[in-house]
Write a protein that binds this ligand. Structure first.
Ligand code: ADP
Ligand code: MG
Length: 368
């Protein structure tokens, strides 16, 4: 109806505010899983097992062997802004953990049913707790919501059921369960490459054979071979780069560095020619996307690969946390950092050198 005149402004209910905020962080099953994997890694796990039903929409379960959660912390675990990783605002610039603002578990509890079973080494038994809308909830009406003692291994198991049951628009925006499962496998695969010391598995519920399975204590190159195959592994090159120029290392004077960084990459040579680019980017151990870095890397390869052919590239970049603004996007995917042009240029220069050097030595071999 046209022109009703000004409508009254109402204050949203807190539960509505929280549900909207949760949707900003948890877009789909794979984004919930990313947060859960990061929590498990923050807890020092060496084993991470993921089980999925219906593309993660019915069930998403992650079991780790990390530190566990203290009994006293269980009641506030899923409240917004409860964290063990950040105490003051200035801590934000010193972060070495993935999480930092205590929003992930809260968000999940606002858009799904969440169960936590956790045990620390010091505890003699595990504790089980159910969460809804940021708080402990009873399993049955009229019973207590208190955590219950139960059997369990050291570490934490988090079960997320019926994701987006209360946000039908979000649910209908999801793709088929096989497509959502594909995204889940992608997240697990990428974290497994970046954390080859950790054993990862990912399986569909009820299936005995996992779709991703890595041993603990392997190397990045071994993990790439296992997960992306021999055709990539046999054409891999490796590079490192950093802000430390040799002169600085020798100099006796302490020059305060405006931003120190180091990078490592595993990338295919000119022999490997795929139809689609595979690009894995971790900044300060967080899986992120950066169009700027991806384009720069692609530009290096345009001089090396035939038109239409693409490489496999894995880049891990560590920057002084003080020069990264991790707080820029709710999903923490888009990371901004100082001197990005300079850092990208340096990485691409080394990449180019290695790729050109490699193809020249090959040409040279053929000529001899
Ligand atoms: P954040 O990671 O930003 O602190 P989360 O909501 O993801 O916030 O988690 C809240 C807190 O719950 C964490 O700070 C941590 O103390 C605890 N926690 C979450 N998952 C785990 C886990 N798998 N193992 C041990 N502690 C965990
Ligand atoms: Mg977290």
């Amino acid at each position: 109806s046209p022109s009703l005149g000004p409508q009254p402004i109402r204050r949203l209910e807190q539960s509505v505010i929280n549900r909207i905020a949760a949707g900003e962080i948890i877009h789909r099953p794979a984004s919930a899983l990313k947060e859960l994997i990061e929590n498990s890694l923050d807890a020092g796990s060496t084993s991470i097992r993921v089980t999925v039903k219906d593309g993660g929409m019915k069930l998403l379960q992650i079991q780790d062997n990390g530190s566990g959660i203290r009994r006293d912390d269980i009641p506030i675990l899923a409240e917004r802004f409860t964290t063990s990783k950040l105490a003051t605002f200035s801590d934000l610039s010193r972060l070495t953990t993935y999480g930092f603002r205590g929003e992930a578990l809260a968000s999940i509890s606002y858009v799904a049913h969440m169960t936590v079973v956790t045990k620390t080494k010091a505890d003699s038994c595990a504790w089980k707790a159910y969460y809804g809308d940021g708080a402990l909830v009873p399993t049955k009406a009229g019973t207590s919501a208190d955590p219950k003692p139960c059997a369990g291994n050291d570490g934490t198991m988090i079960t997320v059921e019926n994701l987006f049951y209360n946000t039908p628009t979000r649910l209908s925006a999801l793709r088929s369960s096989s497509e959502e499962y594909g995204r889940i496998l992608d997240v697990v695969t990428k974290y497994a490459i970046h954390n080859p010391h950790v054993s990862f598995t990912c399986r569909k519920a009820g299936s005995s054979a996992p779709d991703v399975s890595t041993p603990s204590g392997s190397t990045t190159a071994q993990a790439i071979r296992l997960l992306y195959g021999q055709s990539i592994a046999k054409e891999l090159l490796h590079m490192t780069a950093s802000s430390h120029s040799p002169e600085n290392d020798e100099g006796g004077e302490e020059i305060p560095e405006k931003s120190s960084w180091d990078a490592e990459a595993h990338f295919t040579n000119a022999n490997y020619q795929a139809k689609k680019l595979v690009f894995l980017l971790f900044i300060n151990h967080r899986l992120v996307e950066s169009t700027k870095i991806r384009k720069a890397v692609e530009a290096v390869y345009t001089g090396i690969l035939p038109k239409g052919a693409s490489p496999f590239v894995y880049v891990s970049l560590n920057i002084d946390p003080r020069s990264v603004d991790v707080n820029v996007h709710p999903t923490k995917r888009e990371v901004h950092f100082l001197n990005d042009d300079e850092i990208i240029e340096r990485i691409c220069d080394v990449l180019q050198e290695k790729l050109v050097g490699q193809s020249q030595s090959r040409v040279f071999e053929y000529q001899v």
